[in-house]
Design a binder for this molecule. Sequence first.
Ligand code: FMN
Length: 432
Amino acid sequence: MAVERVLTRNVGRAGSRTVKVYRESGGYEALAKALRLQPEEVVEEVKKSALRGRGGAGFPCGLKWSFVPRGTDKPKYIVCNADESEPGTFKDRLLMEHDPQQLIEGCVIAGWAVGANTTYIYIRGEYRFAARVLEEAIREAYDHGILGDSVLGSGFRHDVYVHRGAGAYICGEETGMLESLEGKRGQPRVKPPFPAVVGAFGCPTVINNVETLCCVPHIVLRGADWFRSIGPDERNTGPKLYAISGHVERPGTYEYPIGVTFQELLDGCGGMYKGRRLKAFIPGGASAPMLRAEDREIRMDFDTLAKAGSMLGSAAVIVMDETTCVVRAALRLAKFFAHESCGQCTPCREGTNWMELILHRIESGHGTEADLDLLARVVPNVGGISLCALGDAAQGPVRSLIEKFGDEIRDNLRAGRYPLPRVPYFDLGAVA
Ligand SMILES: Cc1cc2nc3c(=O)[nH]c(=O)nc-3n(C[C@H](O)[C@H](O)[C@H](O)COP(=O)(O)O)c2cc1C
């Protein structure tokens, strides 16, 4: 499948982090164009492009920008969500490490569009290298008059700061992130008010994912109609990065038009590891309910996956072959959510723990069918009633485990097969 690389066009080019090479590929032309437009026109163009947030929820980006009040004398902020803590997700890392200028351009255009003079890039603590690359790229952008008192000589001021997190999943949730940015414990806030009105330091704030902001310069430069021409329909538009991991021959981050099928993704990364059979896949990061092998022709976009009972989420695709114990896989994810729940809301704090405990009992060979029934009763009580969506996220994989693999688990329980044998993830072969 021939695909134009848009977001990753500079990946692999020598000097791709520098202003010089970025400019050679048309970089910062969009910023110059945006500064010649009225801010409202930029917002309109992004709205028209139908760009949906790439951080997980798929909220329309232009619409979010239009919620920021105009005519307030409060400062406004752009906060770029570079926390990327969703297990399986590593697409933003590629964008930051290889083409940081693209992200800076997106941040400044967003700032111009909503009237914000400051961007904070909130980056997960473990991304030390990406943070260093960004710091260096920001320094260079100041040297070239792209950042600072007068962006490209326009008189518009914009500053960008990198803020490193300390490695907590909850700080990827937008209001937990704002708390952390303000120096407090990262715990989600009550919404409303939404950050567009009351965000960082009590001021209007746009929060967007790295990939979302990286789409913006291309929309401004090539137009909303071009962006809308990519993808299956008017609600799912633009180029998309998919981070593929698990039992495939060549894991990695791949760019496709949004709505590529899972099978096309699989073919593009060399197929199943050692030609084994596909058993299940998670289409959108740890929070996304699992799908089965027979869903392999599904289109990987927001609406198709939602209709199938899963979600595109962060588009982190985790592939599991026939050797996988799906209970063990779900247990691993349940452990993650139980560990990362901030503890503020009872259903999430207690429920994630219970899901882990019951799955552990089944997986370790101490469970009965009654445990599966108990799990099915616990799951609906974990999400939907907390301040943030972590509880909902934790439900997803477990709910799908019961729905899609319930019969298989019952068979295994009756036959006393748990724990299933562990198959080494990689066959290290000649590596002694
Ligand atoms: C528990 C939790 C973790 C999240 N982690 C991330 C993350 O690491 N990166 C991200 O961009 N969005 C994350 N989100 C989504 C953000 O809250 C928010 O919707 C997103 O940053 C908005 O940007 P977008 O509209 O550009 O997608 C998370 C949400 C939840 C509930």
